[in-house]
Design a binder for this molecule. Structure first.
Ligand SMILES: Nc1ncnc2c1ncn2[C@@H]1O[C@H](COP(=O)(O)OP(=O)(O)O)[C@@H](O)[C@H]1O
Ligand SMILES: [Mg+2]
Length: 312
């Protein structure tokens, strides 16, 4: 296969953590051609979407994990698969990238589907399944937030709808002298929607990341917050432990699968705390390297098997 990965610059790759790198390395080991480009390398020529790509050589060397060749022009209609794996935020550059790749998908497998990526805000998508979620409110209204905080017993988290990696996730406790200030900060003084969610004490045992491939659980890891933090994300110091995919996790996956499939969201990371779904990560879900190490399984191989089968 000829695979193009639209992602952030190679300098952002952490060699033992990055999921895009791990998938590219597996592809290289299978003899596929792997090229890298960034969003601004896409261009429109008439009715066709082209990209300035660079062949990528992958190696497990810190700081030099992705070594790029000379720029080449390719028509993305003529390659076998395009992976969109840039990190959030969902900004104009991201929107334009999905709008261009949308035009390629009749000819080339694009993962995830650009249309699905536009539909699926990572926080709001989970709200299609309120029965799976902790009690949650989306609002910019301070009075509503404070009322909700009381209703859920005085402890909650407030999160930006466009956050990732634990960025901007704040703990709210009624009676805390910072409650008003935190709400004003997070809602830009009532001008920006935020997600307020009942605090799940089970977070201290870990936030489970379940990776779904084609709607099926591939595997899971637990991310455990460091002492003195509610945020489990690896990028803010969460530690990683092995985790089973339980029957409950399978039920969550089965509930989401039809919608994920119809939105073309094939490679997805669910966040589940104490059995409750909190987030559906679709832009650049990660964790596959840690999961593979902890379980002694080659999960990247399973993803490549899936891609090869789809491309045919
Ligand atoms: N309802 C909650 N109760 C307790 N902790 C939470 C809750 N929601 C999120 N967290 C903590 O904050 C972290 C980040 O939240 P999440 O919703 O996954 O956003 P993101 O990962 O995009 O920043 C989680 O990994 C978890 O540690
Ligand atoms: Mg998360």
């Amino acid at each position: 296969m000829h695979i193009v990965v639209v992602m952030d610059p190679p300098s952002t790759v952490i060699v033992d953590e990055d999921t895009s790198f791990a998938l590219m390395l597996e592809a290289q080991e299978r003899g596929h051609r792997v090229a890298h480009c960034q969003r601004h390398d896409l261009h429109v020529v008439g009715n066709r979407i082209h990209a300035t790509v660079r062949q990528a050589r992958l190696q497990r060397v810190a700081g030099e994990a992705v070594v790029l060749g000379e720029p080449e022009q390719v028509s993305l209609h003529d390659v076998d698969a395009v992976l969109i794996r840039t990190d959030p935020p969902f900004d104009s550059d991201y929107l334009w990238c999905t709008l261009l790749l949308e035009r390629v998908k009749d000819d080339t497998l694009v993962v995830n589907d650009p249309h699905g990526l536009r539909l699926a805000n990572e926080k709001l998508y989970a709200c299609y399944f309120p029965e799976l979620m902790p009690r949650t409110l989306i609002t910019a209204d301070k009075a509503k937030i404070k009322q909700f905080l009381d209703e859920v017993g005085g402890r909650a988290v407030i999160k930006p709808l466009d956050g990732a990696g634990g960025e901007g996730v704040l703990f709210l406790q009624s009676g805390d002298l910072n409650v008003n200030a935190i709400i004003e900060l997070r809602t830009h003084h009532g001008q920006r929607l935020a997600m307020i969610q009942e605090f799940l004490p089970a977070v201290s045992a870990g936030d489970k990341r379940i990776i779904l491939l084609g709607g099926e659980p591939l595997g899971a890891i637990l991310r455990v917050p460091q002492k003195g933090d509610v945020r489990s994300n690896i990028h803010v110091g969460g530690s990683v432990a092995a985790a089973e995919v339980t029957a409950e996790d399978r039920r969550i996956a089965e509930t989401l699968a039809p919608r994920l499939q119809s939105d073309g969201l094939h490679f997805v990371g669910l966040d589940v705390i104490g059995g409750k779904l909190t987030e559906v990560n679709v832009t650049s879900p990660t964790g596959i390297q840690q999961m593979s190490r902890l379980d002694g399984e080659n999960y990247c191989g399973r993803v490549l098997d899936w891609l090869q089968a789809r491309v045919g």
